[in-house]
Structures are given as structure tokens and as C-alpha cells.
Design a protein around this ligand. Structure first.
Ligand code: UD1
Ligand code: UDP
Length: 414
């Protein structure tokens, strides 16, 4: 499903930034020589990075800033990444095609660094843009740093303060921040985290999260029928829909097993239906199929393309997840979320009371889910629509800031 046409038109209330006087001068300079600073390389590799960077790539391409947006996918994910690229109609300029079954972060890092080096060395790249906290994020930032190429970090400043949770993402974020020049913090509290680590204030920009640009756009397009809704032949309208995702490395082994145990207990109720698009990681896929396969009111399905998943979230009664992105998206859709993790780097919705941490304890997961199923007051309290993570304009702010930075850099080089 391709959402680009409507993605562009959906932004009509926020027109793309016009070329400014200095950007126009940059264009005419380019007639005489190719300034390296004009090429911006977006480096990403997994599903969530693609969902959160494709809107920025599209804004930069449409902005008239005179900058050229190039995309390098590591393809740390393959199928789950390609679903998103297709949906946003982004064709990568470089595809490193790195994914191997059951890869480890060390293997992925090593292969990504090796494959990124010639691209960063040979393509006149003026800035590298990375997003979030994956292996591709860190490798992209590191490879650019080694080439003295400035790094912009989108979704900067998220912290749990515990390097082991989430693992290895917390470390990826902290190290990426040390390597970055521009820090695009989604929220004020992310900005404060960066300041506490002595990141210079003038390098931090609070923009909102680009994932909210994506979800608000897609949810709006679904609402207005600009994107057709997925065909949900097997959804039973008489049961409350619980949407589940879980994939964190710190839950491999025991945690995933306990999550399955809790879901099996909840599936014993005849007023619920569980739909679980299962992550393709074999450390998740196998135990989930073993623990939950064959139950009549548990649908274990393949990962959904992004618009279909947003559509599923809209239809959900509640969400049970350990995903970072879903913790951000669900409050914008007014859906309660129980987060199956011990701590979160996204405290805003927890503080607002629409997201609750339940860890991977069977009793806690079941108890809090049952509370939401049986207490209309509790459900009402947690299903408020609010947007603590952004207003849908983060991509525009990021694009404008990058363009400004590159103009200043160019003046310094002239
Ligand atoms: C990665 C990120 C995590 C992010 C998650 C999003 C790291 C260390 N982890 O975790 O931060 O939240 O992506 O989903 O960067 N696989 C496929 N097809 C796919 C994708 C994955 O088969 O399209 C399987 C492969 O066997 C692959 C394995 O999943 O080796 C693990 O993928 P990997 O990217 O290393 O880790 P994730 O657990 O997906
Ligand atoms: N998502 C999707 N299809 C699915 C499940 C999730 O498109 O079947 C989207 C979801 O809306 C969110 C992102 O994927 O935007 C979250 O990705 P994931 O949970 O893999 O990574 P995390 O956010 O934890 O890093």
C-alpha cells in the first residue's frame, strides 16, 4: 500500500518550506562546483527507523532547500524494512543488504561499518542523518564520524539511565549522542537529558517525534478514506480487541515465555480477541508460536504493513507491547497501552496516565489487562487522546534546521 500521494497532500496545511535567499544562492553556486555540503545521507536499517525517517526524507526532497537527500539502507531488517520503503515510496540510493538470519549486534555493526565506509568516502556527503537507537543508528553515526562528516541524530535524548534496559539500545543512544553534531530531541525532557550530559544547548532542537508525523498522517488518511482500510475478515466485533507486539532482546528467554503465559491466560476469557503480528526475529517467532499457536481467539499474524498496523491500533480496545514506537503512537490514537518492560525512556505518557509499565510478570500483565477490561472508569482514564510526543510537524522542523545548518557551513567554507 503506497501512502505517498496522500502523505504529500495530507501536509497541505503545513506547506513545504520555500527556498530562502541564501538557499537560492547555494543553488547557483552549485552550477559552478559541487559543494560536498549539499548532499545529505540518511542511514537506516530497521522498520521503526524507516517509519520515522521516511517522512523527513520526503520533506527534504520536497523542500526546495537545494539539498539533495540520499538514502542508504543497511537493511539490518529486510522484509520489515521493505514494507515501509514501499509504503512511503522511498527508493534507496544505496542498499547494503546486510541482514542475515539470527544476526548479533556485533556482526551487524561490523558489516555495516565496513559497507558504509566507501559510500561516505566517495559520495561527497555533507551530513549524515541517523534515527533512534539501533545497531544501524550507531554504525551510521560512527562511520560518518570516522570520515569527519557531521551527524544529525533524530529522536535524540531518550534515556532510561540503565545501559542494560533496553539492551543494547540505551548504549546506542548514549554513544550516538557523543558522535552527533545536531540533536533533534522529541520532547523537553529529552532535551534535559542531553543537557545533563553536557550536550551544548545550541545544538539541541526540540522538534517532536517524526513517528507522530507518520501516525497522524496515516490515521487521518484512513479516517477520511484516502487510504483504504485493511480487510479484517477474522475480527470478531463482539470481543474486545487486544493488539500485542513484543520483541526486546532483554526479554529473550524468560520474558517472552512469561508474556506468552499471560496472553494464554487472557485468551481463556470469551470477551477478548488477541491479534499479535509477530516480529520475524527467530528468538521471538519460535517461542511465540510454541506458546500461543492453535488458540481460537489468538491470531498470530505476519508483521503488518504500516497503514494496516495503524488501522489495527485504531480498532484496538487496548495494546500490550514492549515497542518504543507504539508507546508514542497509541496516545495520539487515544488507546491505552500496557508496556511489558521494567522501565521506559518515554516517560511522558506514563506521567500523563495513558501508558502503564507492567514488566513481564504474568500476574501483573494479566491483572492490569483485566482491570482495563472490567473497569469502565479505569478504561476511560487511560484512553484519552493526547500528543505528548509531537504535533505532526517534526519532519518540517528538522528539515528547516538541517537546511539552515548546511547554509551556515557553506558560508564558512566559501
Ligand atoms: C532491531 C533493533 C531494535 C528495534 C527492532 C525493531 C538492534 C540491536 N535492535 O531488533 O532496537 O526495536 O529492530 O523491530 O538494532 N528478521 C527477519 N526479517 C526482518 C527483520 C528481522 O527475518 O525483516 C529476523 C532476522 O533473523 C534477524 C533477526 O530478525 O537476524 C534480528 O534482527 P535485528 O535487526 O538484529 O534485531 P531486532 O530484534 O529486529
Ligand atoms: N508496526 C508495523 N507493523 C507491525 C507492528 C508494528 O508497521 O506489524 C509499526 C508500529 O506502528 C511502530 C513501529 O512499527 O511505528 C514499531 O516498530 P518496532 O516495535 O519493531 O520497534 P521499536 O519501536 O520498539 O523500536
Amino acid at each position: 500500500m503506497n501512502v505517498v500521494k496522500s502523505f504529500r497532500s495530507g501536509h497541505s496545511c503545513h506547506p513545504a518550506p520555500r527556498a530562502t535567499a541564501s538557499a537560492t544562492r547555494a543553488n547557483s553556486t552549485a552550477l559552478h562546483c559541487t559543494f560536498p555540503v549539499k548532499r545529505i545521507l540518511f542511514i537506516y536499517g530497521t522498520r521503526p527507523e524507516a517509519i520515522k525517517l521516511c517522512p523527513v526524507v520526503r520533506w527534504l526532497r520536497d523542500s526546495g532547500s537545494g539539498l539533495q537527500a540520499l538514502v542508504c539502507v543497511t537493511a539490518q531488517h529486510r522484509a520489515m524494512l521493505d514494507q515501509v520503503l514501499e509504503c512511503f515510496d522511498v527508493q534507496p540510493d544505496f542498499d547494503l543488504d546486510l541482514m542475515t538470519p539470527g544476526q548479533t549486534p556485533s556482526q551487524t555493526t561490523a558489516r555495516a561499518l565496513t559497507a558504509l565506509e566507501p559510500i561516505l568516502a566517495g559520495e561527497n556527503i555533507g551530513m549524515a542523518v541517523v534515527q533512534g537507537d539501533t545497531t544501524s543508528t550507531l554504525a551510521g553515526a560512527m562511520a560518518a564520524f570516522y570520515r569527519h562528516i557531521p551527524v544529525a541524530h533524530v529522536e535524540a535524548g531518550l534515556r532510561t539511565g540503565n545501559l542494560m534496559q533496553p539492551f543494547p539500545e540505551e548504549m546506542n543512544r548514549v554513544v550516538t549522542a557523543r558522535l552527533a553534531t545536531l540533536h533533534f530531541a522529541p520532547t523537553e525532557s529529552a532535551r534535559l537529558n542531553l543537557l545533563a550530559e553536557h550536550t551544548p544547548d545550541h545544538c539541541i532542537f526540540v522538534t517532536g517525534n517524526t513517528g507522530i508525523d507518520a501516525v497522524l498522517h496515516v490515521a487521518g488518511a484512513l479516517e477520511e478514506g484516502r487510504i483504504p482500510s485493511h480487510r479484517w475478515d477474522n475480527l470478531d466485533g463482539s470481543r474486545k480487541l487486544i493488539v500485542v507486539t513484543a520483541h526486546r532482546r532483554e526479554s529473550f528467554g524468560g520474558g517472552i515465555g512469561r508474556i506468552c503465559e499471560a496472553l494464554a491466560e487472557l485468551a481463556g476469557r470469551d470477551d477478548v480477541q488477541i491479534v499479535y503480528p509477530v516480529h520475524r526475529n527467530p528468538n521471538v517467532l519460535h517461542p511465540v508460536e510454541e506458546g500461543l499457536g492453535g488458540r481460537s481467539n489468538v491470531a498470530l499474524i505476519e508483521p503488518l504493513d504500516y497503514p494496516s498496523f495503524v488501522d489495527l491500533m485504531r480498532r484496538a480496545y487496548l495494546l500490550l507491547t514492549d515497542s518504543g514506537g507504539i508507546q508514542e503512537e497509541a496516545p495520539s490514537l487515544g488507546k491505552p497501552v500496557l508496556v511489558m518492560r521494567e522501565c521506559t525512556e518515554r516517560p511522558e505518557a506514563v506521567e500523563a496516565g495513558t501508558v502503564k509499565l507492567v514488566g513481564t510478570d504474568v500476574g501483573k500483565i494479566v491483572g492490569e489487562t483485566v482491570r482495563l477490561l472490567e473497569s469502565p472508569e479505569e478504561y476511560e482514564r487511560m484512553s484519552r487522546i493526547h500528543n505528548p510526543y509531537g504535533d505532526g510537524r517534526a519532519s518540517q522542523r528538522i528539515t528547516e534546521t538541517i537546511a539552515q545548518f548546511m547554509r551556515e557551513l557553506e558560508f564558512r567554507l566559501l
